[in-house]
Design a protein around this ligand. Structure first.
Ligand code: NAD
Length: 474
């Protein structure tokens, strides 16, 4: 029988009469059912969060840190169960699911150490003025399906550290591991501090519009981010938006082909390419283009696409049918336009799971959909360039501005290029590394605000300036 997972509302595990099925993308079989919440359950969760906010916001910050650390410990203690469940619902290979669960507890521990210090604006004989940070109130967290656990905890930890309480909604495609964590953390925080509710996409706008939610922290597509911004404008909710990207990797002529080829491959194909900061356009200098593209293709041929639960799988299925159809459409478009495939390109739509073969395109034009759009799948275009100025202009020719990378032995030249890229993060000679202490956020249509670090923590607070006039005669 399929397991029924429950939501966490006001410290209780609750079920609803209506449920949603959750599929394993490796075989399209139902692997769990979750509550299909609507306005009534949301109201209950928000009311619980509002009640809990009163005392939680006054709880000493060191006690709040301990709660987050206790949650991290319980995730660590259930590591194996959680990573296996994550592979079952999300599709990623076990090693990558292990990475995500490990990163989730590490992220919580790291974020629990952050502090928001008071700032003295003026300390003079006339007055003492200081800025303190106060929690905004009840947070609505909305999470996507590509890194469901990491994205959930990286919202929960700073929200509750700041003194806010939270109502979190996982993606309907990948709610199971988060709900298992909800069960595990149920008694760690006081009732109502963390609430986790599931439902269709239609639950999202109810959260955005809820009059008793003060802030939305969202990770997902740019299209949904725009709707959230619009919905939140009605009562000027605070918002943090982590959205899509079309990240460019720039490979300079001095890059070492052997070592860089493998890293370039995994910068694109980890999690079957379903990463906001995956390399989605790879620009290789013309002097090494042939050698580097052949080396990347060689790496691709050693990697197995399959069920993430099988040993030896390097690339799992696409997480859901909608995304599978979209990636297939981009591949078809490339075929129709006669672009050259270096590797892959032949999808079997009747397969047992949502599998797309590793697909690499050889120098398609800049306007090709597979270059201009975020693919979010195991499909990578390699392009040739001649000069730094040319490649910088091509990399910046996007409405997105999430991240990018430069590969070179000459790090000064790499940094000079990085400083001209219109993105929130640029790596030189590495990829996908996100520090819990460095702000992560997108430029242009890749986001609004930031997560991680003190900058991310501040997003859950208002500033309040208190000024005492010292020489007033009262
Ligand atoms: P999505 O926007 O379709 O859904 C994300 C979440 O929003 C889900 O929980 C969904 O149920 C909910 N939602 C859907 N419609 C909504 C609405 N109108 N109002 C409120 N909530 C709504 O995104 P997705 O397909 O789950 O995720 C893939 C996208 O997320 C990609 O574009 C990817 O680049 C982006 N992403 C960004 C980051 C980042 O940190 N910048 C990280 C991961 C993924």
């Amino acid at each position: 029988m399929t397991e029924l997972y429950r939501n966490l509302i006001d410290g209780e595990l609750v079920a609803t009469a209506a449920t949603l099925d959750v599929l394993n993308p490796a075989n399209k079989q139902v692997v769990g059912q979750v509550p299909a919440c609507g306005a009534a359950e949301l109201d209950r969760a928000v009311a619980a969060a509002r009640r809990a906010f009163k005392s939680w916001s006054k709880t000493p910050v060191d006690d709040r840190r301990k709660v987050i650390q206790a949650m991290a410990s319980v995730i660590e203690a259930h590591f194996e169960e959680l990573y296996r469940l994550l592979t079952t619902e999300q599709g990623k290979p076990h090693a990558q699911a292990q990475f995500e669960i490990g990163a989730a507890s590490a992220m919580m521990n790291a974020q629990s150490t952050l502090s928001l210090e008071e700032v003295i604006n003026e300390d003079s004989p006339e007055r003492l003025s200081r800025t303190r940070r106060v929690p905004v109130g009840v947070v609505g967290g909305i999470v996507p399906w590509n890194f469901p656990v990491l994205m959930a905890v990286q919202k929960i930890a700073p929200a509750i550290l700041s003194g806010c309480t939270i109502v979190l909604k996982p993606s309907p495609f990948t709610p199971l591991t988060t709900l298992r964590i909800a069960e595990l953390i149920k008694d760690i925080a006081p009732a109502g501090v963390v609430n986790i509710i599931t439902g269709e996409d239609s639950l999202g706008p109810l959260i955005t519009a809820h009059p008793d939610i003060d802030k939305i922290t969202f990770t997902g597509s740019t299209a949904t981010g725009k709707k959230i911004m619009e919905g939140a404008s009605k009562d000027l909710k605070r918002i943090t938006l982590e959205l899509g990207g079309n990240d460019a990797s720039i490979v300079l002529p001095d890059a070492d082909v052997k070592t860089v080829a493998e890293q370039l491959f995994w910068s694109s194909f980890t999690n079957a390419g379903q990463i906001c900061v995956a390399a989605k356009r790879i620009y290789i200098h013309e002097d090494i283009y042939d050698e580097m593209s052949a080396a990347i293709a060689d790496v691709a041929r050693t990697v197995t696409v399959g069920d993430g639960a099988n040993q030896g799988t390097g690339v799992g299925p696409i997480q859901n049918k909608k995304q599978f159809d979209r990636v297939c459409e981009l591949i078809e478009d490339a075929k129709t336009n006669g672009y050259k495939f270096l590797v892959g390109g032949d999808v079997d739509p009747s397969g047992s799971g949502y599998y797309v073969p590793i697909t690499i395109l050889d120098n398609p034009p800049e306007h090709a959909r597979i270059v201009a759009e975020e693919q979010f799948g195991p499909v990578m275009p390699l392009m040739k360039f001649s000069t730094d100025d040319e490649v910088i202009a091509r990399a910046n020719n996007s409405d997105y501005g999430l991240a990018g990378a430069v590969w070179t032995k000459d790090t000064d030249r790499g940094v000079a290029i990085a400083e001209q890229l219109e993105t929130g993060t640029v790596w030189i000679n590495e990829f996908l590394h996100l520090s819990p202490f460095a702000p992560f956020g997108g430029h242009k249509q890749s986001g609004f605000g930031a997560e991680y670090g003190v900058e991310g923590l501040k997003e859950f607070t208002y500033s309040q300036v208190i000024t005492v006039k010292r020489d007033a005669l009262v």
